[in-house]
Design a protein around this ligand. Structure first.
Ligand SMILES: *Cc1c(COP(=O)(O)O)cnc(C)c1O
Length: 393
């Protein structure tokens, strides 16, 4: 049976009972299920969460992954969605179905900005950007109007770590529900439900699945909230494919091992790069010089995650040269792979109609390079960066 230790917990998922005693979980690659009689079918169609009828609503592989993530996040329930983006949209619609204010950090995942500004604003929601690193600013934004507060455990790309416990308490004092995107921290480093988060969201695509082979998301929280979320996922068709859920669960079983290694590697890499002259600043919450290091120490467990961002003295040109100089670290517009990859956070451009696009972060200046540190041999990663930095003219 599963121990309480996270390394045992992640191994326990293979212990699912199956009719054949299979050690590896079977894949239920089916869209629909057959019934013995009309009564049994009608009964299940009226109580969809009690069994399996049609895979848009429920599938055993998605259920197994959801149970696993709920266990790691310490929530009553969880629900897998077709993407992290679908999970974010589902969480907002679950917590605020009828419009209202959506309070977002100044620096937030670009897809969240897109959902809130492009999809939800025309439907009557009002986006409000707040500096979540300033509790007084958050308190001022928490008026009595209906709202939802959307937070992230570790921000992209600069690794801000807001005081989530304090902010969640402030929101709850005003009856404002809170969702936390925990993608960058993963449950290995943080369990936001402990601080009262009403829904915890992940892009499972990234560290939880961990092998760059699926697009998936998850929403975790109380059984009641997850039931409400399930109506949106079924009704909106934000459902995962069974094979994707199976792959993600296979990946998730090594989450603790991968995060242990990747976050150690990230700290080593950040410390090695920080003193280099071509780098103005190294952003990693595990470095004593990071502005949120004190919060990271207090709130994160077992390390500080796998994302390190460099700000280069030579600006965008130096970023292009550094990327060109890397011998085997690849340029990938995502994160959370087994290997170390880099991405280039881009400053906001104008929309085709000439209006400025809402920024995912006012701190992005084109001279930054985001590194998603993998489980590779860190000495070789450091060496690749040293060589590439030396090639900057
Ligand atoms: C990638 C990402 C998402 C969106 O997830 P998809 O699976 O790509 O839809 C949401 N939040 C964060 C922090 C992410 O990095």
């Amino acid at each position: 049976m599963a121990g309480a230790n996270i390394f045992s917990k992640v191994l326990a998922v293979g212990e699912t009972a199956t009719p054949t005693n299979a050690v590896g979980p079977p894949i239920y690659q089916t869209s629909v299920y057959a019934f013995d009689d009309v009564e049994a079918m009608d009964d299940l169609l009226h109580h969809p969460r009690t069994g399996f009828t049609y895979s848009r609503g429920r599938n055993p592989n998605a259920d197994a992954l959801a149970t696993f993530i709920a266990e790691l996040e310490g929530t009553e329930a969880a629900l897998v969605t077709s993407s992290g983006t679908a999970a974010l949209l589902t969480a907002i619609l679950t917590l605020r179905p009828a419009g209202g204010r959506i309070l977002l950090p100044l620096e937030v995942y670009g897809g969240t900005v897109n959902i809130v500004h492009k999809l939800l604003e025309p439907l009557g929601y009002t986006p409000v950007r707040v500096d979540v690193r300033d509790a007084a600013a958050v308190e001022a934004a928490l008026t009595d109007e209906p709202a939802v507060l959307a937070l992230e455990t570790i921000s992209n790309p600069l690794g801000w770590v807001p005081e989530l416990d304090r902010l969640i308490a402030l929101a709850h004092a005003r009856n404002i529900p809170v969702l936390v995107d925990n993608t960058f921290a993963t449950p290995y480093h943080a369990e936001p439900a402990r601080w009262g988060a009403d829904l915890v969201v992940h892009s499972v695509t990234k560290f939880i699945a961990g092998h760059s082979d699926v697009i998936l998301g998850v929403v975790a929280g109380s059984a009641e909230r997850v039931r409400a979320a399930a109506e949106i996922v079924d009704g909106g068709g934000f459902t995962p494919d069974p094979f994707a859920a199976w792959l993600a669960l296979r990946g998730a079983r090594t989450l603790a091992l991968r995060m242990e290694r990747a976050s150690q590697n990230a700290l080593t890499l950040a410390r090695a790069l920080e003193p280099m002259p071509a780098i103005v600043r190294t952003y990693y919450p595990g470095l004593a010089g990071h502005p949120d290091h004190v919060h990271a120490e207090r709130l994160l467990q077992r390390g500080y995650g796998a994302i390190v961002t460099l700000s280069l003295a030579g600006g965008p040109k130096a970023v292009r040269e550094l990327v060109a100089g890397l011998r085997w670290v690849r340029l990938v517009p995502s994160l959370g792979d087994l290997t170390t990859t880099v991405a280039h956070p881009t400053p906001p451009t104008k929309s085709p109609d000439g209006r400025p696009r809402p920024a995912s972060s006012p701190f992005i200046d084109g001279g930054q390079l985001r590194i998603s540190v993998g489980i590779d041999a860190v000495d070789e990663v450091v060496e690749d960066f040293r060589g590439a930095l030396a090639s900057i003219s």
